[in-house]
Design a protein around this ligand. Structure first.
Ligand SMILES: *[C@@H]1O[C@H](CO)[C@@H](O)[C@H](O)[C@H]1NC(C)=O
Ligand SMILES: *[C@@H]1O[C@H](CO)[C@@H](O)[C@H](O)[C@H]1NC(C)=O
Ligand SMILES: *[C@@H]1O[C@H](CO)[C@@H](O)[C@H](O)[C@H]1NC(C)=O
Ligand SMILES: *[C@@H]1O[C@H](CO)[C@@H](O)[C@H](O)[C@H]1NC(C)=O
Ligand SMILES: *[C@@H]1O[C@H](CO)[C@@H](O)[C@H](O)[C@H]1NC(C)=O
Ligand SMILES: *[C@@H]1O[C@H](CO)[C@@H](O)[C@H](O)[C@H]1NC(C)=O
Ligand SMILES: *[C@@H]1O[C@H](CO)[C@@H](O)[C@H](O)[C@H]1NC(C)=O
Ligand SMILES: *[C@@H]1O[C@H](CO)[C@@H](O)[C@H](O)[C@H]1NC(C)=O
Ligand SMILES: *[C@@H]1O[C@H](CO)[C@@H](O)[C@H](O)[C@H]1NC(C)=O
Length: 371
């Protein structure tokens, strides 16, 4: 029933504009706990789910919260957990998969998928969990990749930071991979065609010839011209002290399973003082002209950067009130493509109190543009 209902529900809601707001609280943890790396997803009824990363607080279970008012107010909704003692589910990413995506065994009402890094003191594991009840409970579905324990030193072999996307009846799982002896870290993906159970071979997306380069943190979105943009932090050594910087780069490809041969472009802001650094995420909205608007964030800046040339040229800086946060999420609300939803938590290495918060930004006002 739901598959037929779905487009109607979404279509009926498209006229509802969202009033902008700043820093609505999703979750405020107990003191001394750091929450970051928030991710959201829209359910077929238009409500939102949120999930986030807490290395210190989550044990075996990962909390899911829900909002029925475009992100203004939130309440506990569900949990995902691992049965493996000592493991934490971190670096989550949620994806609703429509029935129309046609996956065998999961195709009745659609499914909510959750990709995580299931990590303990011996290993890291990119795992997929699935929910048939819109995020209240999850079952383990499959393990995409396993690596050594979390350790960002080159030569160690962990895997990190999964990101899911459906494309042509395939589920793609992008992640960061330190297992390849030729690369301190690279970005790769694997693909599942039928049931989310079996995964194809590791395909490189961003792998530089310089061993010490550590591209990280893939996110991908499709643009109106059919191209996909993949953003990443291009971690590389910038001085003789082995200091790493994390400028933001991106690749463009019509085939999201074939970024490997595409050129890497540096994100160059119109503000020469801006230094986008670490943990980018990307969103695209059809609003803003024939090419729509791409929005990219980083972890270290208050502003975000926009591009209305399908990734060509320089990027316009827009101010936000959301504050800095590690790997904050950029999303376009399904019911209002003139707005940007920013969901974030603590800054990288933050020690003080942190919260998961949502901000809705008016893109027209931010860009001083009416169409
Ligand atoms: C938070 O950390 C401070 C400083 O380390 C400590 O004094 C305090 O007891 C901690 N509070 C809680 C609730 O753990
Ligand atoms: C795991 O965390 C949840 C909430 O954060 C808590 O309710 C539960 O008791 C914890 N479980 C264990 C085994 O510590
Ligand atoms: C790893 O975790 C297990 C289970 O939580 C614990 O018993 C063991 O002592 C830990 N080992 C190390 C080296 O931390
Ligand atoms: C699910 O269907 C809706 C409505 O047709 C569409 O906007 C959305 O992109 C679809 N999502 C996926 C993951 O295919
Ligand atoms: C991290 O990896 C490096 C390189 O393999 C290794 O030398 C180091 O002992 C590892 N550290 C930990 C804490 O496992
Ligand atoms: C690789 O990176 C290191 C550190 O920045 C640099 O010294 C070296 O010249 C680079 N090698 C190549 C081939 O670019
Ligand atoms: C390397 O580190 C040393 C000691 O902190 C410092 O004196 C020196 O200026 C640094 N060199 C560079 C190129 O940053
Ligand atoms: C769309 O982007 C292309 C470059 O990718 C550019 O040539 C063109 O002018 C842009 N169109 C508009 C309306 O900005
Ligand atoms: C929103 O929260 C962030 C992080 O706590 C903070 O840096 C920022 O100043 C807040 N914005 C406003 C307008 O209060």
């Amino acid at each position: 029933m739901l598959p037929h209902l779905l487009p109607l529900v979404l279509a009926a809601s498209t006229a509802l504009a969202i009033d902008p707001f700043i820093n609505a609280t999703v979750y405020a943890p107990r003191p001394n706990t750091t929450v970051s790396y928030a991710r959201t997803e829209t359910l077929p009824d238009g409500s939102l789910l949120a999930v986030w990363n807490s290395f210190s607080e989550n044990n075996e279970s990962l909390p899911i919260y829900r909002s029925r008012d475009d992100g203004k107010t939130w309440s506990p909704h569900g949990r995902a957990h691992t049965d493996v003692p000592g493991r934490r589910l971190v670096q989550p990413h949620l994806l609703w998969v429509n029935a129309s995506a046609g996956f065998r065994g999961w195709d009745d009402d659609g499914a909510l998928l959750l990709a995580v890094n299931a990590a303990d003191n011996r290993s890291t594991n990119i795992e997929i969990y699935g929910s048939r009840d819109w995020g209240r409970s999850f079952e383990f579905v499959s393990r995409v990749a396993s690596g050594g324990r979390g350790n960002t030193t080159n030569g160690a072999t962990p895997v990190w930071e999964p990101f899911l996307m459906v494309h042509e009846r395939k589920l793609i799982c992008y992640y960061s991979d330190q297992r390849d002896r030729e690369h301190g870290q690279k970005l790769a993906h694997q693909t599942s065609t039928e049931d989310f159970d079996s995964w194809g071979s590791v395909i490189n997306d961003v792998a530089f010839t310089n061993y010490t380069d550590r591209p990280g943190m893939t996110t991908v979105v499709k643009m109106g011209n059919g191209q996909f943009i993949l953003t990443f932090e291009y971690a590389h050594i910038i001085d003789s002290n082995d200091t790493y910087k994390y400028p933001i780069y991106y690749k463009l490809s019509y085939d999201p399973e074939n970024f490997g041969t595409a050129d890497s472009h540096k994100l160059i802001p119109d503000n020469p003082d801006a230094l986008p650094n670490g943990g980018p995420t990307v969103a695209w909205t059809p609003w803003g002209g024939a090419n729509g608007t791409i929005i990219v964030s980083d972890s270290d800046s208050n502003p975000v950067w926009t591009n209305q040339m399908l990734g060509k040229g320089i990027w316009k800086e827009i101010q936000t009130s959301a504050g800095r946060s590690y790997s904050k999420e950029m999303r376009i609300p399904y019911n209002d493509n003139t707005k940007l939803r920013i969901t974030g938590g603590a800054e990288y290495d933050q020690v003080g109190p942190s919260k998961v918060q949502v901000t809705i930004l008016d893109l027209g006002k931010a860009l001083n543009q009416t169409a």
